[in-house]
Design a protein. Sequence first.
Length: 376
Amino acid sequence: MKIVFLSAFYPFRGGISQFSGLIFRELEKKVSVIPLTFKRQYPNFLFPGKTQLVTTEEKADKIPAEQCLDSINPISYISTALKIRKITPEVLITRYWMSFFSPALSVILRLQIKRTLKIALVDNAIPHEKRFFDSFLTRLYVNSNDAFIVMSDQVKNDILYFRKDAKILQLPHPVYNQFGARLERKDALKNLNLEHLNEKKILLFFGLIRDYKGLDLLINALSELPLDFYLIIAGECYGSFEKYEIQISSLGLSERVTVFNQYIPDDEVTNFFSVAEMCMLTYHSATQSGITNIAYHFEIPVVVTPVGGLAENVLEGKTGGIVKGNPKLIAEKVIELAHLKQTVDFAQYIRELNRQNDWTAFTEKSLQFIKDLKAV
């Protein structure tokens, strides 16, 4: 089977690129797969972070993807479509996570020959931060595909809203495994220059900081917790961090919070999860989150709010806890899990869950889904 996989890949950084790279490495063991990626993913004026690209200091899997698609240049839509037609793949997989990419991907998909099976790997059908044109653009993309692979009930239901007869495979998000083993806590604290926190119960907020991710809820919850609880915030803020600084200061929490307001490269991720008692995902809205699966790799329990698909992969009282987005309730859940950890082996339950959610299983089930579609 010959597959073209069009997504964000190296040299682009971030969760989409990492996920796509891990799937590509599994696919290439089993089929002929050609990765294609962007020349320009976002125009700089639309990108709120510092850089879209892997820096020279970062370790990254250099996926050999050809850079051919410019997200805002319609001429590149045509040239990329023709490039794929020339390859004559049996299957074209495209990755979709923002309606911004719908015009480019929809043009490319609609210009393919009929016998090319078009599979959408969808992270979000409707963006977290909604705009008036999202539904139109998502419908355009959905109707340009033959079938869909999703990782949450929320995304499945969103696609069915646009297309009631959609053929959909739903699989759990695999557990990230590229970060290496967990470190001794004291060593990780030293690496972070936080040795003075050795006696603290550290809560971790990790990943890009955006309004929908509920950092405000978590900061308020910290103010409800005993003084031995401490918060580390690690991730690049898309927008201004000032409102969170004001919130932390006004609640008198400045001595209980450490902020790493920066993109965290893969080789530094281990330090943060090696010091954490729990990973906190107190989101206001969500589909699913790869952060849960980083935490599970390090066998760290998670606390999540029941929005989107966040709770689908959490076993209450075994791999973490599920709680409504209320600061007092979040604080109560944290204390409950801290007490449970004295008698419950969270790591054992997480390991059992991880065995079911690896990249090989995800890829094999996806390929079987594709083969079944082609056989019809």
